[in-house]
Design a protein around this ligand. Structure first.
Ligand code: NAD
Length: 506
């Protein structure tokens, strides 16, 4: 969105073989330095992203500061209408956005079309509605003649930083509640996946978002990301990404006592008891480990989702049967080019990430673990044009110790470990033995056991006999190194507003 100052920090330069024109650059800061952006399905550079820094953050802060009084003074109803209009415009561009997200990120077009972009639209509609339904607290103390009540107000300029795995989806999950509550924002998408954020910028003005309310800066974490986090006029940072980056953001924020929301990685366990319904459990667990295909609920993934299962604990009595059927189901998972409608998985995000994921498999092999399918075992077949793409087969590891780095660290790729367990007590201890605590899955037909285990798991989310069914009103987020704070209707509202308690004595 253009700031009052008439400068702004965003524009992408498109290579001729990609579809967008370069004409939309008026009123933006001139850009002298770019980052190459790769098409993960071919390994070729297909567009360039501005490599912004302090100067662009300053311009964005100036615009956000100027816009804040007007935007925060609007009624929730007025802001809600703007969010609805933006949702409608995104929906009208759904196909174009889905194609772009798939090209930029490597995921299948089917997934972007059925999950990423519809959910981005839903994020705006959801917060457009939920902002109308908050109430404040009030309590009386008659014995001293007092009435206490709370009021909430937007905090100011919110810094929003998102990762590459769900580009527009996660960026809008932050922008929508922040502006609905009356803040102005400076948002930074991942430098690896900036294109849909850039496309959305073009819709902001049309939707009636006033200049300076939504500012998007493009570039790398160490340059523009740190400039944003360190800026003294940005009092709150909502970050989704990796734990090491969160550590850095926490350090930079500390001198300013900034309010932080941190949504980080996971090492999510699935616990499968002998009385589990394997007919439902196996396809869901394959999907929760690797899938990149829209499932009936409209979700899907690629092992590159923070909620993915990466440690599967199976009770010993059904271990062999589970493993056999799980492998059969995994082998049916098709890795293909993103435009192939029959493909379940597209490409990984980058060469560096592919190498990182492969290095974990190499380490597991060196430790004596068995790789039962996928990387180094089966052959991947791709069209000649995509031979340089960052594709990888879903990989299953067994005979691996809990202390192995594949069982402890977040790999964030289509890799899962399957290990046996004996007792309920033992599996809870092992599931909780990692530093992360984001999501867990429990499969059993014993409701008492489900309740007991779910309560004892150190995990912000526990799905039982299902996976990834979300209710956006309820808190989302992780424990331990998986994050600080929660997101959702009430939680995001509380994060993006400052509360004040007022006491009246009569
Ligand atoms: P990342 O931490 O490398 O980057 C995330 C964002 O932070 C990017 O926009 C990046 O440019 C920016 N950044 C990097 N260094 C920075 C710095 N020093 N200062 C400010 N900003 C900086 O993470 P990623 O590789 O893009 O994403 C993958 C990670 O995100 C995984 O760990 C995954 O589990 C996590 N994730 C968590 C959730 C959740 O809801 N809990 C959702 C999706 C992804």
């Amino acid at each position: 969105s253009r700031g009052k100052a008439g400068v702004f920090s965003l524009w992408l330069e498109q290579r001729p073989f990609w579809c967008w024109k370069t004409s939309w650059v008026e009123n933006f800061l001139p850009c002298n330095s770019y980052i190459d952006s790769y098409d993960p399905s071919t390994g070729e550079v297909y567009c360039r992203v501005p490599d912004s820094g302090k100067e662009e953050v300053e311009a964005a802060v100036e615009a956000a500061r100027a816009a804040f009084p007007g935007w925060s003074a609007r009624s929730p109803q007025e802001r809600s209408q703007v969010l609805h209009r933006l949702a409608d415009l995104l929906e009208q561009s759904l196909e174009e956005l889905a194609q772009a997200e798939s090209k930029d990120q490597g995921k299948t077009i089917t997934l972007a079309r059925t999950m990423d972009i519809p959910r981005s639209v839903q994020n705006f509609r959801f917060f457009a509605s939920s902002i109308l339904h908050h109430t404040s607290e009030c309590t009386q103390m008659d014995h001293v003649g007092c009435l206490h009540y709370t009021v909430r107000a937007p905090v100011g300029i919110a810094g929003l930083i998102s990762p590459w795995n769900l580009p527009l989806y996660l960026l809008t999950w932050k922008i929508a509640p922040a502006i609905a509550a009356g803040n102005t924002v400076i948002a930074k998408p991942s430098e690896l996946t900036s294109v849909t954020a850039w496309m959305m910028c073009k819709l902001l003005e049309k939707a009636g978002v006033p200049p300076g309310v939504v500012n998007i800066v493009f570039g790398t974490g160490p340059r523009v990301g740190e400039a944003l986090v360190s800026h003294p006029e940005v009092p709150l940072i909502s970050f989704t990404g990796s734990q090491p980056t969160a550590e850095r953001i926490t350090q930079l924020s500390a001198p300013h006592c900034k309010r932080l929301s941190l949504e980080l990685g996971g090492k999510n366990p699935a616990i499968i008891f002998e009385d589990a319904n394997l007919e439902e459990c196996i396809p869901t667990t394959v999907r929760s480990s690797f899938a990149n295909q829209a499932c009936p609920l409209g979700f899907g993934l690629l092992g590159e989702i923070c909620l993915c299962t990466s440690r599967i604990f199976v009770q010993k009595s059904i271990y062999s049967e589970f493993l056999k059927r799980f492998l059969e189901a995994t082998r049916l998972w098709k890795v293909g080019i993103p435009s192939d409608p029959s493909a379940s998985m597209g490409a990984l995000i980058s060469k560096a990430h592919l190498e990182k994921v492969r290095s974990y498999i190499k380490k597991a092999r060196a430790e004596g673990a068995q790789i039962l399918c996928g990387e180094g075992v089966d052959k991947l077949s791709l069209p000649p044009r995509n031979q340089g793409g960052y594709f990888m087969l879903p990989t299953v590891i067994t005979d691996i110790k809990d202390e192995s780095c594949c069982m402890k660290e977040e790999i964030f790729g289509p890799v899962t470990c399957v290990v046996p367990f004996d007792s309920e007590e033992e599996v809870i201890k092992r599931a909780n033995s990692v530093k992360y605590g984001l999501a867990a899955t429990v499969w059993s037909s014993n409701v008492g056991r489900i309740h007991r285990v779910a309560k004892k798991l150190q995990s912000g989310l526990v799905w039982t006999n299902c996976w990834l069914i979300r209710e956006l009103n309820l808190p989302f987020g992780g424990m331990k190194s998986s994050g600080v704070g929660r997101e959702g209707a009430k939680d995001s509202y509380e994060f993006f507003t400052e509360v004040k308690t007022i006491t009246i004595k009569h």
